[in-house]
Ligand binder design. Structure first.
Ligand code: 2HA
Ligand code: ZN
Length: 276
């Protein structure tokens, strides 16, 4: 079985190209990782080279010991993933302590996994635990409207969640747990990874102020769909704020409670505060 013919590799490549087409991946912006299923791994094991040296992850993820991931490469362009996936992406294996990784496939012209590997793996570790293994995709994108909002809204989970929920009736149904916000931090390292994964315990989406967003999901469609829904709500909010910052009417806290009842979602009351 050629790796590129597998359903998971096809889905991975399609998401990269869809994200590129949305305008979320200028230059080498953004990154994607996928936790490979046991049965998928069995299929591709003969194509993997498991003799290369182990390298430090830069953080510790014991909950992911022995897992395999498909990942985008550091410095690689989402634009190029569909054109030359073996150059732009890799499959990596995590060691038995969750401290090192090795490249088993891909990055044929050299390179390393995404610079955001610590954030991706710490998010995976948390999501694997809290979703009982269901979540497999972590996706980071530079979504322009969400980024724009981080300059004008208070960097609070409650504010971003509520303002984005109000922008489209579907929003609270798509992300009923809300959305987390990380204040500006240096990307790429362990500190921002710790902060992001702390939020990922409660949320499926986290915003990085003045940078972009992280989303988690069970599969590529759900994860991309979440990114798209949040970014589209942000786009509507940018339009609304541009036209007139004081909304004439909106979806009210009671409207949200009615929606929650009929759509069988539970919406935390802390997002349904009365506005002054
Ligand atoms: O360049 O998006 O956050 C890749 C990134 C870093
Ligand atoms: Zn980024």
């Amino acid at each position: 079985m050629n790796i590129l013919d597998t359903k998971f590799a096809q889905g991975f490549i399609k998401l990269c190209n869809d994200g590129w087409n949305m305008g979320w991946h200028e230059r080498n912006g953004g990154n994607l990782t996928y936790r490979i299923k046991k049965e998928e791994l069995e299929e591709v094991l003969p194509c993997l080279n498991r003799t290369r040296e182990w390298r430090e992850i830069g953080t510790s993820v014991p909950g992911l010991a022995g897992e395999f991931f498909m990942v985008t490469g550091s410095g690689k362009y989402f634009r190029n993933v569909i054109l030359d996936p073996e150059d732009s992406t890799a499959i990596i294996e995590i060691d038995e302590k969750g401290e090192k990784y090795r490249i088993c496939w891909g990055l044929v012209n050299g390179g390393r996994p995404t610079s955001e590997l610590p954030s991706h793996l710490m998010n995976h570790e948390v999501k694997k635990e809290v979703s009982q293994g269901l979540h497999r995709v972590i996706y980071h994108a530079h979504t322009p409207n969400v980024i724009a909002l981080t300059f004008v809204l208070p960097l609070k989970d409650e504010v971003f969640t509520r303002e984005l929920w109000e922008m489209a009736t579907e929003c609270p149904v798509v992300f009923p747990d809300g959305i987390g916000v990380v204040g500006w931090m240096v990307p790429g390292g362990r500190d921002i990874a710790v902060e992001t994964s702390r939020l990922m315990r409660q949320y499926d989406a986290a915003i990085w102020a003045h940078h972009g967003m992280f989303c988690s999901g069970e599969d590529f469609d759900l994860t991309f769909g979440l990114m798209h829904t949040v970014e589209k709500a942000a786009e509507i909010l940018v339009k609304v704020l541009s036209m007139r910052p004081d909304k004439l009417q909106t979806i009210t806290p009671q409207n949200f409670r009615d929606l929650a009842r009929d759509f069988h979602v539970s919406l935390p009351e802390r997002f349904l505060y009365e506005k002054k």
